[in-house]
Write a protein that binds this ligand. Structure first.
Ligand SMILES: NC(=O)c1ccc[n+]([C@@H]2O[C@H](COP(=O)([O-])OP(=O)(O)OC[C@H]3O[C@@H](n4cnc5c(N)ncnc54)[C@H](O)[C@@H]3O)[C@@H](O)[C@H]2O)c1
Length: 262
């Protein structure tokens, strides 16, 4: 993809499987990457495995000073900053019974931190003549899911806030878009199934048209496209990397009309 090689990206939440997939895709396309996360062990291990162009930096995205330090680290280590991927998230959520403290903690990580990080990153991108930001939304920001409240609200807000940011960062030459993944093979699925991808695919089959979960590399491909020169006229929009989750109607794959004749 044109426009990725030789550039510099920060990926927050990079220690997770999906984050590592995004980092690997950038690195394989010739970009340098700062992995920003608070999960140090998997982040450092992944960075070491991916070589000199990938560095891990402990970065709590809820801490403004840590965000500043991360951006400075990217500029000092790799010479600038071109792309920001806001992927860090928390599933802290108790549905409608979520406490005020947990609401605020969830929104802080899931929504506010990505926007604060973006605002700070844009100044560095402007020094390079522009850049691109990709924010992770979700099918959860478009459809109700059992037991969820704060996470879904944050993801819905990201979809809107990213459009506003696209307008506000245009003068600095920065495009802003979102990806909305469906079920993706990720830490939570690996941990819940003991690493059983087949079991995960069987559960996901009913609500994804390809009848399986997506892979981190498949979300990463959309992120890279949105950062590339090929997306130069694409800003303020969302790519649903959801295997058709948001396209399928409530009948799912069942022929409900046939039931009328039974
Ligand atoms: N897993 C899925 O199927 C799925 C579906 C749709 C969207 N997504 C989105 O993809 C992204 C990754 O999802 P996941 O399931 O891998 O999530 P995850 O919870 O496994 O990983 C989130 C990462 O964010 C990091 N993080 C949390 N708080 C942080 C903080 N204060 N500072 C820095 N890093 C912090 C965690 O350490 C972790 O590495 C999220 O934005 C999520 O909303 C995931």
């Amino acid at each position: 993809m044109d426009g990725i090689a030789g550039k510099v990206a920060i990926v927050t939440g990079a220690s997770t499987l999906i984050g590592q997939g995004v980092v690997r895709a950038f690195a394989e396309a010739g970009a340098c990457v700062v992995m920003a996360d608070i999960a140090d062990e998997p982040g450092m291990a992944a960075a070491a495995e991916m070589g000199d162009k990938v560095r891990y930096l402990h970065t709590d995205v809820t801490d403004d000073a840590a965000i500043d330090a991360c951006i400075s680290f990217a500029e000092e280590t790799f010479g600038g900053l071109d792309f920001l991927v806001n992927l860090a998230s928390t599933y802290l959520d108790n549905g409608v019974a979520t406490s005020r403290a947990d609401w605020l903690a969830s929104l802080n990580v899931n929504l506010v931190s990505g926007m604060v990080f973006s605002d700070k990153a844009v100044a560095a991108m402007e020094r390079r003549g522009g850049g691109a930001i990709v924010n992770f939304a979700s099918i959860a920001g478009k459809r109700a899911q059992p037991g969820r409240m704060t996470y879904s609200a944050a993801k819905a807000a990201i979809l809107q806030a990213s459009k506003n940011a696209a307008m506000q960062f245009q003068p600095m030459g920065v495009r802003v878009n979102t990806v909305s993944p469906g079920w993706i093979w990720s830490n939570i699925m690996r941990d819940l199934t003991g690493g059983d991808l087949d079991k995960t695919n069987a559960v996901a089959a009913g609500f994804h048209i390809p009848r399986r979960v997506g892979l981190p590399s498949e979300v990463a491909a959309a992120v890279l496209f949105l950062c590339s020169d090929a997306a130069s006229f694409i800003t303020g929009t969302d790519i649903a990397v959801d295997g058709g989750y948001s396209a399928i109607g409530p009948e799912g794959f069942e022929d409900a009309v046939a039931k009328l004749a039974q």
